[in-house]
Ligand binder design. Structure first.
Ligand code: C2E
Ligand code: MG
Ligand code: MG
Length: 573
């Protein structure tokens, strides 16, 4: 237990200056930050290097409460304020709190602030002095692996960057390390981390340094001027060594490693050393994630074009998210007519989703639908599409009573949301019969092989909704599926249509598909007819319906209604 310190009034001012002097002479020997807080006179001193790291105006300042309120993470300030109030009120003689300060760029940094209170001779708190250390991932060295940590990598790279032209950063992660910990316990997990670290150190050369950066991730900094091939060989040496280790442990835990390789050249050299270091970490994290996404147990070599694609996807995902929380702002349905071949009547319209970013960029559904699917956003968006498409159907039925609406569904909706209940409720709310809805599903392998999807498919059919098998002629097309899935309508993809118009073999094939579809009592839509010549050739094959730019491009609802409303210009071509 520390003895309580008391000081006399006469020494007060001198004492604060003395403590600051002592702290500043210790500061260069420490990674932590020393501070002296003059509670009575509201002045705060902290080691100078804290100004480089935290959002501090200078290392000596007054109006301490105000500065701390800006420096401390908003969620933590109340707790800090309360603790200091207790110190000031003499209710506590020490301070020991973990909370977040904001870094220079505004990002939160976890700290542990400890301090001891000195009182004046009247017993009033006068000075609090102590030490602040970072408890986030700024780890200088790691006792489990015996390697240097991220903080050491940071300091070394920052020191070397001004004179460094060439360097390679190989970030290595143990695949599914969480599972090892879960199955075999932390102790065995630590043993593996230590062994992997040892083996990496045996594999590297003299100008290659190994660091442990976060739990199951390591970084090899290459300063030997190695090229891609040499780094590739290094990765494989480490991998083989780890395979040997897995075997020597009698396959108790089977695991692999992935690697992401970044060259210093990939990083913008016009930035400050601190920014270059952050970018190296960001790109190497991307590279490692990419190796894992591509199947793990492999090395991925950073390619700027992949990173741009990743950033673009992230940007679009952000815009889509924003749109969802903004009541679907930016989403719009367009409608394309599906025309009955006999007599060229309007039969239905396919609803096609459109998306415009807040900055006005139109994104193609080919690009944004997969992002909606990956993120699960397709589920709320799908409900919005259905509601709006049915609303359009209701409006069109006012002038065309048999009008039907065709809506694209993603297999993710079928797998992960109660589509049957959603469809039933949406039809009820729109006061429309199930027969006015066509649900379009793309053959994808998922449809044919998933019992869950086949179950929803059957339930929708028995409700009386029509089902269309979309994009026939691409990817997974299989005539047998038509028999198994029993859709009401088969839609032939434009790709297949085009080939049939250009090549006699595909032409014959399409004729046979149409005959076969008709022979089992189903209807057929040919998609993607763009001109009169294509129309004449395709009509000769006797499909039931045609959809394509020849009749109309997909258009906004008012334009569609104007075009097809009996009171409007009635022609369909
Ligand atoms: P899809 O369902 O096969 O839709 C037909 C696509 O062909 C549409 O592209 C349409 O604009 C285009 N198209 C129609 N006629 C012609 C033509 O004569 N020539 C050419 N070159 N193209 C034609 P779009 O609107 O870009 O949609 C692409 C795909 O995105 C759709 O293919 C569908 O798979 C998906 N998609 C669009 N809207 C939705 C939606 O609301 N939900 C879901 N899940 N997917 C959608
Ligand atoms: Mg479709
Ligand atoms: Mg299609």
């Amino acid at each position: 237990m520390m003895k309580e310190l008391t000081i006399g009034m006469d020494d007060d001012k001198l004492l604060f200056d003395r403590y600051c002097e002592i702290a500043s002479s210790f500061a260069p020997c420490m990674n932590d930050y020393l501070y002296v807080y003059n509670l009575a006179e509201d002045i705060y001193y902290i080691s100078e290097k804290a100004v480089d790291r935290f959002l501090l105006p200078t290392n000596i300042f007054s109006n301490v409460g105000e500065v701390l309120s800006k420096l401390t993470h908003p969620d933590d300030f109340d707790v800090l304020e309360e603790d200091i109030a207790q110190v000031m009120a003499g209710k506590k003689d020490s301070h020991n709190l973990e909370y977040r300060w904001l870094g220079r760029e505004g990002s939160p940094i976890w700290i542990n602030c400890k301090g001891n209170v000195l009182k004046d001779k009247n017993g009033a708190p006068y000075i609090m002095m102590g030490c602040i250390n970072e408890i986030g991932n700024k780890q200088k060295a790691d006792n489990i692996s015996g390697l240097l940590g991220e903080s050491a990598l940071h300091d070394n790279v920052i020191r070397l960057l001004p004179t460094l032209n060439d360097a390679m950063f190989l970030r290595i992660g143990i695949d599914d390390f969480k599972i090892i910990n879960e199955r075999h316990g932390m102790e065995y997990g630590n043993f593996i981390l230590r062994e992997v670290a040892n083996r990496m150190q045996h594999c590297v050369g003299p100008l290659q340094q190994v660091y442990r950066i976060v739990s199951d991730e390591f970084m090899i900094l290459d300063l030997s001027g190695a090229d891609y091939e040499e780094m590739h060989r290094l990765y494989h040496r480490i991998r083989s060594s780890i395979d040997e280790m897995v075997a020597s442990e009698h396959y108790k835990a089977i695991y692999t490693i992935s690697g992401g390789l970044v060259e210093l050249r990939d990083v913008d050299s016009s930035q400050s050393e601190y920014d270059r270091y952050s970018e190296i970490m960001k790109l190497s994290e991307f590279a490692l994630t990419e190796a894992k996404l591509r199947g793990k147990n492999q090395l991925y070599y950073f390619r700027p074009e992949d990173y741009s694609a990743f950033l673009r996807k992230r940007y679009i995902r952000g815009c889509l998210r924003k749109s969802l929380s903004d009541n679907f702002q930016g989403f719009e349905l367009h409608f394309q007519p599906i025309i009955m071949t006999s007599g060229e009547f309007l039969f239905a319209a396919e609803s096609l989703l459109r998306f415009t970013t807040p900055s006005g960029e139109h994104i193609s559904p080919i690009e944004f639908i997969p992002i909606l699917e990956d993120s699960g956003m397709i589920i709320p968006v799908g409900k919005w599409i259905l509601r709006n498409a049915l609303e359009m159907c209701r409006r069109c039925r006012e002038f065309s009573p048999d009008f039907m609406i065709s809506v694209n569904f993603s297999y993710i909706q079928l797998l992960k949301s109660p589509v049957y209940e959603d469809v039933r409720r949406a039809l009820e709310e729109a006061d429309l019969p199930p027969s006015c809805l066509i649900v379009e599903l793309t053959e994808s392998g998922h449809l044919e092989n998933s019992p869950a999807i086949q179950n929803v498919w059957q339930k929708l059919r028995s409700l009386g909704v029509n089902i269309a098998l979309d994009d026939f002629g691409t990817g997974y097309s299989n005539l047998l599926n038509i028999g198994n899935l029993k859709p009401n309508i088969v839609k032939i993809d434009r790709g297949f249509t085009i080939k049939a118009l250009q090549n006699s073999y595909e032409y014959e094939l399409l004729i046979h598909v149409i005959k076969m579809v008709h022979s089992i009592g189903l209807n057929l839509v040919i998609e993607g007819i763009e001109n009169r010549m294509e129309l004449a050739q395709i009509t000769a094959m006797n499909p039931d319906y045609i959809q394509g730019y020849y009749y109309s491009k997909p258009c906004p609802k008012d334009e569609f209604i104007l075009k097809y409303h009996p009171a409007g210009p009635r022609t369909i071509a």
